[in-house]
Design a protein around this ligand. Structure first.
Ligand SMILES: NC(=O)c1ccc[n+]([C@@H]2O[C@H](COP(=O)([O-])OP(=O)(O)OC[C@H]3O[C@@H](n4cnc5c(N)ncnc54)[C@H](O)[C@@H]3O)[C@@H](O)[C@H]2O)c1
Length: 318
C-alpha cells in the first residue's frame, strides 16, 4: 500500500492534501504540532501524530517505522507578514524543520518529496509573477522557502519545471526511467500524455469539464462553436480525433459529463430541476429528464428517491 506523510496536515491546505490522499487509497500519516492547525481538520482515515518537524528524533523515528513513498511537506509558520519580527523562529521552523525532513527522506529513499513554496520567494513589486523570474525574497519567510527550494533542486537527478498540467524535464529520460516516472505520476492521480493527440484530447476534456462545473451554459449553447473557438480549430477535425482516440463522440462524452453533474446537483438537493436544466443549457426539464433517463435508466426524480448517491468524478468519465 502506498504510504504518504503529510506535514502540516492539520492546517488549511495540508488537511485537503491528506483527505485527497486518503481518497486515493494511500495510508496517510499526518504530523502536525497544532501550532496553527486543528486536530479536527485531520481527515478520518489518516493517522495523526502530534509533534514538531523540529523534533528530528521524532521525524527519524517516523521514517524508520513507516516506509514512506511520498512526503508532502506543508508544515510551516505561514504568517508571512510577521516573519520580519520573528526571524529566528521562522528560520528554525521553516528552514531547519524542512531540512530535518529532507535528510530523513534522503536517508530512507523516499520516491517523491513535495514542498509548498510561496510567491514570497519573488519578493514584492514584480507583478505579474511567473516562475521564470529571478527570486528576490524580501523577508525571512521568503528566504527560508527559497533555501528549501534550492536544497531540493540540488538533490534531484533530473531537474524539472512544473506548471499547471505540464512537467518539463531538462533532458529526455531513457525509456526505463520514463516508465518509472509515469508510474509515479499515476500513483499521484496524474497521467503521462506522450503524444500530441492525447494532449489535444486532454485539452478538450478539460474545457468541457470546466464548462460543466461552472454550469453557466446559454440556452442555445453550441458545442461545436464553443470548441472550435476555444481551440482555434475546425470542429470536424476535433470531433474526428476525439472519436478515434476515445471510441465515443464528443457529444456522447459531453452528455455523460452533464448527466454526472445533474446527479451531483440532485444529491445536493439545492437546485430545482428547472434551475439545473437552465444551468446546463437544456431547452427544458423534459429534455433534461429524457437524456438523464436514456443514460441512467432512471428519471431524475426516481434517481433522487432511490437516494442513490453513486457518482463518478467528472475527470473519470472516460
Ligand atoms: N495558504 C496560502 O495561500 C499559501 C501560499 C503559499 C504557500 N503556502 C504554504 O503552504 C503551506 C500550508 O499553508 P496553509 O495556508 O495551509 O497554512 P496553515 O497554517 O493552515 O497550515 C500549516 C500547518 O503546519 C503546522 N505546523 C507549523 N509548524 C510546524 C512544525 N514545526 N511542526 C509540525 N507542524 C507544524 C501548523 O500547525 C499548521 O497546521 C505552508 O508551508 C505555507 O507556507 C500557503
Amino acid at each position: 500500500m502506498t504510504t504518504s506523510l503529510v506535514t502540516g496536515g492539520a492546517g488549511f491546505m495540508g488537511s485537503h492534501v491528506a483527505e485527497h490522499l486518503v481518497e486515493l487509497g494511500h495510508r496517510v500519516i499526518v504530523v502536525d504540532d497544532l501550532s496553527g492547525g486543528f486536530r479536527d481538520n485531520v481527515p478520518a482515515g489518516a493517522e495523526f501524530v502530534e509533534g514538531s518537524i523540529l523534533d528530528h528524533r521524532l521525524i527519524d523515528h517516523l521514517f524508520e517505522q513507516n516506509s514512506f513513498d511520498y512526503v508532502y511537506h506543508l508544515a510551516a509558520y505561514a504568517a508571512e507578514g510577521l516573519s520580519h519580527f520573528i526571524k529566528r523562529f521562522n528560520y528554525n521552523n521553516n528552514l531547519i524543520g524542512s531540512i530535518n525532513l529532507i535528510n530523513a527522506a534522503v536517508n530512507h529513499n523516499v520516491k517523491c518529496f513535495v514542498f509548498t513554496s510561496s510567491i514570497a520567494v519573488y519578493g514584492a513589486g514584480q507583478s505579474p509573477m511567473s516562475e521564470a523570474m529571478i527570486p528576490v525574497p524580501e523577508d525571512s519567510y521568503g528566504i527560508a522557502k527559497l533555501a528549501v527550494e534550492q536544497e531540493l533542486t540540488k538533490l534531484t537527478d533530473h531537474p524539472f519545471k512544473v506548471s499547471l498540467g505540464e512537467v518539463t524535464l531538462e533532458r529526455a529520460l531513457p525509456a526505463k526511467d520514463l516508465q518509472t516516472f509515469s508510474g509515479r505520476l499515476q500513483a499521484l492521480g496524474f497521467e503521462l500524455l506522450d503524444d500530441q493527440r492525447q494532449k489535444q484530447i486532454e485539452k478538450i476534456k478539460n474545457l468541457l469539464i470546466t464548462l460543466v462545473q461552472k454550469g453557466e451554459m446559454e440556452e442555445h449553447f453550441s458545442l461545436s462553436t464553443y470548441l472550435g473557438r476555444s481551440l482555434q480549430k475546425e470542429y470536424t477535425n476535433i470531433s474526428r480525433l476525439f472519436s478515434e482516440v476515445e471510441g465515443m463522440t464528443i457529444e456522447q462524452y459531453f452528455i455523460l459529463l452533464k448527466v454526472e453533474k445533474v446527479k451531483e446537483w440532485l444529491v445536493y438537493d439545492e437546485l430545482t430541476l428547472g434551475e439545473i436544466a437552465w444551468k446546463l443549457g437544456y431547452s427544458s426539464t423534459a429534455h433534461l429528464s429524457a437524456q438523464f433517463k436514456k443514460v441512467t435508466g432512471l428519471t431524475p426524480s426516481h434517481f433522487k428517491r432511490t437516494g442513490n448517491s453513486h457518482r463518478t468524478s467528472l475527470d473519470k468519465i472516460v
